[in-house]
Design a protein around this ligand. Structure first.
Ligand SMILES: *Cc1c(COP(=O)(O)O)cnc(C)c1O
Length: 355
């Protein structure tokens, strides 16, 4: 099997794939509803929330769209400092919202003072923040940003994309005051792609009641109506829900804190290796991601060639992404990857450099 140091889709454990092969059930059956409820309840623990977690039959970007459609009639502020936060901005614009942006330079975090200034200039119904920018490898200080929102604009609905961090880094939805926290299956949760999860606060759903044109597929009030019956308005992605139910038990068996520590240690190892070899991380040093290490490609490696070399040893890394595609490369340290896998990768990179 290839070990993919790619920020999604990541490797899936064989027993998790196996869990998907159980026979289908009618989604309006008691048997299915029981599994759906169990998986969604377990997910609450992962999200550190007392509120509901929606299970969506679409990738995480769909939840970005759900957020902007449900939680603002008009004014949204999008914090942007990378390709995925830029996508969320585009998504808000494409849905006809009056969208403002708060930019930080790529490689830098969105800073609390910057946000405070923006909130003093205009009132926003909702804000979008990407916790872990998978393009630049920057982790934004979401807890601190939430504090600023509570202080300056307490009624603003806080939406956070933790697609490439949730399950690998501790994100405490309720304690931090996040209203809508979304993630995808194919990153730190180490499931196949196609499922998304979104923790949603009561006050966010209350806000949705005042918003028109929420659409149908992404109408969270309709989702909620069906969730109360342990189901979804449309046919759910049943095999992935089987896998989620199974994988969450594996995640809790490892222990959440142990899992977070493993992710931090893996990325730490890669940063240390990079710096020791004269390779500079793309992000500033106070905001570096624990799940995806983005490195400046100053040695001008052809990543396709590097991957050909690594694939002989059953490993692969990732290109840069978005506007920095050609000037960076990325090493993801997420999901099932172990410290030993990281050692193997670094040994491989070391040999590549000797060539
Ligand atoms: C991968 C990713 C997305 C897109 O998720 P999909 O599941 O592919 O829709 C969004 N945001 C971030 C931060 C990501 O890493």
């Amino acid at each position: 099997m290839t070990r993919m140091f790619v920020p999604g889709p990541v490797d899936v454990a064989p027993e998790v794939l196996q869990a998907m092969t159980k026979p289908m059930l009618p989604h309006r059956s008691k048997e299915y509803e029981e599994i759906h409820r169990r998986a969604a309840e377990k997910a609450q623990k992962l999200f550190y929330t007392q509120y509901r977690v929606f299970l969506g039959t679409h990738s995480g970007s769909g939840m970005q769209e759900a957020g902007v459609r449900n939680f603002a009639s008009k004014d949204i502020l999008c914090c942007t400092n990378g390709a995925f936060s830029e996508r969320w901005y585009q998504c808000a614009v494409a849905n006809g919202k009056q969208t403002n942006r708060l930019d930080a330079e790529w490689g830098k975090a969105i800073l609390p003072d910057q946000l405070r200034d923006a909130l003093k200039k205009k009132h926003y119904e909702a804000i979008t923040i990407v916790h872990n920018e998978t393009s630049t490898g920057v982790e934004n200080p979401v807890e601190e940003l939430c504090k600023v929102l509570k202080e300056v604009s307490p009624d603003t609905i806080i939406m956070v994309d933790a697609v490439s961090s949730l399950g690998g880094v501790k994100v405490e939805m309720d304690a931090w005051g996040i209203d809508f926290l979304l993630t995808s299956s194919q990153k730190c949760l180490a499931l196949p792609p196609g499922l998304s999860l979104a923790g949603t606060s009561d006050r966010a759903l209350k806000k949705a009641e005042s918003v028109e044109n929420r659409g149908w597929y992404f109408d969270l009030l309709l989702m909620e109506k069906h969730r109360l019956k342990d189901s979804t308005p449309m046919t759910p992605v049943i095999p992935l829900i089987y896998a989620l139910d199974f994988q969450l038990d594996r995640i809790f068996a490892e222990g959440l804190d142990a899992r977070f520590a493993r992710h931090a240690a893996m990325s730490q190892k890669v940063y240390a290796w990079a710096l020791a070899n004269g390779l500079q991380p793309f992000p500033e040093d106070n905001c570096r991601s624990k799940t995806v290490v983005t490195i400046k490609n100053e040695k001008k490696w052809v990543i396709g060639d590097l991957n050909k070399f690594l694939l002989q040893r059953g490993m692969r890394i990732a290109n840069g992404y978005g506007a920095i595609k050609d000037v960076t490369f990325r090493i993801a340290t997420m999901g099932e990857t172990s410290l030993k896998d990281v050692d193997n990768l670094l040994a491989g990179l070391q040999d590549f450099m000797k060539q």
